[in-house]
Design a protein around this ligand. Structure first.
Ligand code: HEC
Length: 135
């Protein structure tokens, strides 16, 4: 009887530990979908187009870096909050200076889409290549 009780406690303690560890659902945090190697969901594809319009002249067409840093690398180091704050307020650092985007409504309203595209690049889900829009 005693042993049984201990066993039950051990089993529930173990499932509690694993339950807690597996709680954050990473699938929910992935803001993009890549299919067939280079086909993006509509949201992140839109993000790519906006990135190309507004950011590529400094960060490279696919975010691989130019006068501005490689953002696929940057997103491995900075948080999502830091990304949004940097886009909004700009940044002057050791590499150079980026203007603030807070006056640009198109960028500000869609910076989550740009983030989705850059996250796909950062995670290696899509490479330094021209994305297509998934059908
Ligand atoms: C005029 C050139 C220029 C443009 C256009 C530009 N950036 Fe930047 N950006 C920079 C430079 C230079 C830095 C590096 C500042 C530093 O740390 O020295 C930077 C830094 C950043 C960082 C921070 C990277 C890090 O590691 O901290 C993010 C995020 C970023 N840019 C996103 C964007 C996005 C998104 C756009 C388009 C909406 C954009 N940038 C447009 C020049 C630019």
């Amino acid at each position: 009887m005693k042993l049984n009780k201990n066993l039950i406690m051990l089993v529930s303690a173990t499932s509690l530990v694993f339950g807690v560890v597996s709680l954050p659902s990473y699938a929910d945090d992935v803001p993009y979908t890549v299919t067939n190697g280079n086909e993006l969901d509509a949201n992140s594809y839109n993000g790519f187009k906006l990135f190309r319009n507004w950011c590529a002249r400094c960060h490279g067409t696919y975010g691989q870096g130019m006068v501005g840093p490689n953002l696929a690398d940057s997103l491995k180091l900075i948080s999502k909050e830091q990304y949004f704050a940097t886009v909004e307020n700009g940044k002057t650092g050791t590499i150079g200076s980026m203007p603030a985007w807070k006056a640009n409504i198109e960028v500000m309203e869609n910076s989550d889409k740009i983030y989705a595209y850059l996250k796909a690049r950062s995670d290696g889900a899509i490479g330094v290549e021209k994305p297509k829009k998934a059908k």
